[in-house]
Design a protein around this ligand. Structure first.
Ligand code: ADP
Ligand code: MG
Length: 238
């Protein structure tokens, strides 16, 4: 059974169709990239899966259960946004504890999880720092730690690396991918960067104007692009 399944998802904003007949399945542990130019509908898909936007048509299932009508906090999904959105007035450990508190995790369990996720993302020792005392890369790792501390059934990443400089971006790509594989957590990541998608994804869904033009492994897309748009967008391999 697929971990995540989107069937015939469509969405119109003020008479403009921004998603048309989206079908997408993610297998357990799979890393899928939604790749496409700005405005192609990538974030809208993610926000729908997260529960921050409703589809006009279609169904969304997580581990076999339809979740389209559940509020975000009942979907068991972790979300990391482009700007990390850490609480500036809370320390690293308080940022991570916040979500655990909302889920009524016991204090001891909460402490153990914070220790474990900080170890996983390599930030042990920075518990008492505030976000502004961290580098962009460190803040981004806190955001990921905060998401995975909740042990979500699915992790959604919306351009999580786009605010980092090119060198750090390349390094964190590899780290994030290794971490994702180690945890075996099913992940959907939005990006407009083809190199990022090609180096990180098990499979890539290429979007243009709200339509998935092709879904395949990086090699499949490179070797047999479905059309000129995909060929042009994928370009040369890194
Ligand atoms: P991407 O993430 O690929 O850049 P988005 O999903 O953010 O694209 O947006 C897809 C299209 O939907 C864009 O044309 C955008 O302007 C429009 N859109 C997104 N959210 C809204 C909204 N809340 N109201 C109106 N239009 C929206
Ligand atoms: Mg976007």
């Amino acid at each position: 059974m697929s971990q995540l399944s989107l069937e015939r998802i469509s969405k119109t904003f003020r008479g403009v169709e921004v998603l048309r007949d989206i079908h997408l399945q993610a297998e357990p542990g799979e890393f899928i990239c939604l790749l496409g130019p700005s405005g192609s509908g990538k974030s809208t898909i993610l926000r729908m899966v997260g529960g921050f936007e409703t589809a006009d048509l279609g169904t969304i299932s997580l581990a076999g259960e339809e979740i389209g009508d559940l509020p975000p906090n009942r979907r068991n999904i972790g979300f990391v946004f482009q700007d990390y959105a850490l609480f500036p007035h809370l320390t690293v450990e308080e940022n991570i504890a916040f979500g655990l508190k909302c889920k009524r995790t016991a204090a001891e369990e909460s402490k153990a999880r914070i220790r474990s996720v900080l170890d996983i993302v390599g930030l042990t020792g920075l518990e008492k720092r505030y976000p502004k005392q961290l580098s962009g890369g460190q803040q981004q790792r806190v955001a990921i730690a905060r998401a995975i501390a909740l042990r979500p059934a699915l992790l959604l990443l919306d351009e999580p690396l786009s605010n980092l400089d090119a060198k750090l971006r390349r390094q964190i790509r590899l780290e994030m991918r290794a971490l994702q594989q180690e945890l075996g957590i099913t992940t959907i990541m939005v990006t407009h960067d083809q190199e990022e998608a090609m180096t990180m994804a098990d499979r890539i869904a290429v979007l243009q104007n709200g339509v998935i033009q092709q879904i395949g492994t990086p090699l499949e897309l490179y070797k047999s692009p479905a059309n000129l748009f995909v060929a042009g967008f994928i370009g040369d391999p890194p």
